[in-house]
Design a protein around this ligand. Structure first.
Ligand code: SF4
Length: 211
């Protein structure tokens, strides 16, 4: 933990998702070929030095024993995205479950590229905690063995979306508020990316699923 720094606010405000818990990419992500080529957190504001310092702090914080400030910030929020950047580590999972138990009125939702993390988080069986496994056209085969809910993206031009009921949401590749390439519409497309909804707090699809 960086002893010379502590952010005033642990949560990060995000125009699309509302609030998020942002984590580092380095040492956290298991990127696919498509991730490496398209990652939004490698560019833009999340890649600036101050957000990166905060992401590192949050990762260490989520491994620690004192979650009071985070629980205080989560209370009163309707929904908060886990890993708005980066990805969770196995060492974060117990505290994520603990936080969800402490704030039953707040939905904790998000995405991970790691099936073992998705299994553990969804396996907790908490009504306010769920996570989608993210896959894309370059994901390694074993990832598809995961039996739970998924999202597919970034979808590049030419990528087919598998007909698979586990896929809840599709993310056409987008950057700077616009879709990159000629990507056909899909009925599972994120409505915020297609500019049909303002954001997650108006949509709920990524946490309000069952199959
Ligand atoms: S599908 Fe809905 S909940 Fe999921 S990322 Fe898009 S706007 Fe947010």
């Amino acid at each position: 933990m960086d002893k010379t720094y502590s952010p005033q606010q642990l949560l990060t405000v995000n125009r699309k998702t509302g609030s998020s818990i942002d984590l580092p990419l380095k040492g956290h992500c298991k990127p696919t070929k498509i991730c490496l080529a398209t990652c939004y957190a490698k560019r833009g504001t999340q890649a600036f030095p101050f957000p990166k310092r905060k992401q590192k702090y949050i990762s260490a914080y989520l491994k620690g024993n004192d979650l009071n400030q985070m629980i205080y910030e989560l209370k009163g929020k309707s929904a908060v995205r886990l890993s708005g950047s980066g990805d969770l580590l196995p060492k974060h999972v117990a505290n994520v479950i603990h936080m969800a138990e402490a704030v039953p009125e707040t939905i904790l939702w998000g995405m991970t590229r790691k099936p073992e993390i998705a299994e553990e988080i969804n396996g907790a069986g908490l009504p306010n905690l769920s996570i989608l496994l993210t896959v894309d056209a370059s994901s390694p085969k074993p990832v598809w063995d995961y039996s739970g809910a998924m999202c597919f993206g970034p979808r590049l031009e030419g990528n087919e979306v598998p007909r698979d009921k586990r896929i809840i949401t599709v993310f056409p590749y987008h950057a700077g508020g616009r879709i990159i390439g000629n990507i056909p519409k899909h009925y599972k497309d994120c409505p915020a990316v297609r500019k049909k909804k303002k954001g997650c707090l108006e949509c709920h699809r990524c946490w309000n699923w069952s199959f």
